[in-house]
Design a protein around this ligand. Structure first.
Ligand SMILES: C[S@@+](CC[C@H](N)C(=O)[O-])C[C@H]1O[C@@H](n2cnc3c(N)ncnc32)[C@H](O)[C@@H]1O
Length: 219
């Protein structure tokens, strides 16, 4: 058993994210977007919040090898997952965001590739498309939606598309800035109906921008 007085050595992935966070503190880029989610414009804060979501949830995952990071925005989640050794494709339908994602990570010597179909061998990569237009079946172990888009998740097609793309036993991480009480209220209201063939749980992320995770597992 680990002696609690001796600090655990950080893993390679944890060190990679630490170094990325340090670089993001000083990166010189003015991101622009047209929507109201202003938090996306702060790369350091976004990466920190996503890292905290990941640290909270990672032990509950089934060792995913591949991930689709849906609504990838400026690519933070896509890059973070790739740094964990998970082959990841970000899906984002706003061209200006994808261009800026490439430029942002290029400044940190991380090449985000642009691809035109799901191909995990190009990880980390971005596929510019409306998520609900994807027609692939059972291709991924994990789907993430960090800082979940209300518009995306309230579209009934979105969870059907997730179900189609996920392999059996695959998992979804939905993280939101809403607190647990708000998430429970939305689920109880029936405005967000989780698919019946998934099991799910709600997990708190203390002291973080994204306060709540819904973890879903496809049965
Ligand atoms: C709140 S932002 C979160 C961005 C990023 N995941 C993050 O953690 O910073 C939600 C993103 O979902 C994208 N989005 C919304 N609907 C989409 C769709 N149908 N297909 C692909 N992306 C979509 C938006 O353009 C936006 O970039």
């Amino acid at each position: 058993m680990q002696n609690p007085n001796i600090p655990r050595q950080k893993t390679e992935a944890e060190l990679k994210i630490d170094s990325l966070l340090e670089k993001l503190k000083t990166v010189d880029i003015d991101l622009e977007q047209e929507t109201a989610d202003q938090e996306q414009l702060n790369p350091y804060e976004r990466m920190l919040s996503i890292r905290n979501v990941w640290e909270t949830i990672k032990d509950k995952l089934h060792n995913p090898e591949t991930a689709l990071d849906v609504g990838s925005g400026f690519g933070y989640g896509t890059v973070m997952l790739d740094a964990q050794g998970i082959k990841t494709v970000g899906i984002e339908n706003v061209p200006a965001k994808n261009e800026q994602a490439l430029e942002l990570f290029n400044q940190l010597d991380i090449t985000l590739k642009e691809i035109d179909k799901i191909d995990f061998e190009n990880s980390p990569a971005i596929l510019e498309t409306d998520f609900n237009k994807l027609s692939d079946q059972e291709v991924t172990d994990l789907i993430t939606m960090f800082y979940l888009s209300g518009e995306l998740i309230s579209n009934p097609e979105t969870l059907k598309t997730c179900e189609k793309l996920l392999k059996t036993n695959g998992q979804m991480i939905l993280s939101t800035e809403a607190d647990r009480a708000h998430v429970e209220e939305i689920l109880a209201s029936g405005n967000l109906k989780l698919p019946t063939n998934f099991s799910w749980e709600i997990i708190d992320v203390p002291n973080n921008f994204e306060k709540t995770i819904i973890l879903l597992t496809k049965n």
